[in-house]
Design a protein around this ligand. Structure first.
Ligand SMILES: [Ca+2]
Ligand SMILES: [Ca+2]
Length: 106
């Protein structure tokens, strides 16, 4: 399978697997979100960004429409934020907090 194919399929499969586990289908409640973050994110830099350790904060961050659950759209946003984060750390930007340099874009 091509790499982007498998990345996209993974995102959808992970979401469906956890979101359909309990409560509403197609929505991640706090417990489900916690499990996703705990099990499906192992890279320390990414864990640092959205952590299951502070699930209240993670939920606050992701639940854009404030219905107490994370839907697929909100989940995609989360993946996108993490991807950007990883990209920036690869390019040597933003990975570590460097005060004052945050506004420098090229
Ligand atoms: Ca659910
Ligand atoms: Ca929501």
């Amino acid at each position: 399978m091509a790499r982007l194919d498998s990345a996209i399929i993974s995102i959808v499969e992970v979401f469906m697997e956890y979101a359909d586990d309990e409560g509403k289908k197609g929505q991640l409640n706090k417990e489900e979100l916690k499990r996703v973050l705990e099990k499906e994110i192992q890279n320390p830099e990414l864990k640092d960004k959205i952590s299951a350790g502070d699930i209240e904060e993670a939920m606050e961050l992701l639940d854009k429409n404030h219905d107490g659950e994370v839907n697929f759209r909100e989940f995609c946003k989360c993946v996108c934020v993490l991807a950007k984060c990883y990209y920036q750390s690869k390019r040597g930007k933003g990975g570590k907090k460097s005060k004052g340099k945050e506004d420098q874009e090229d």
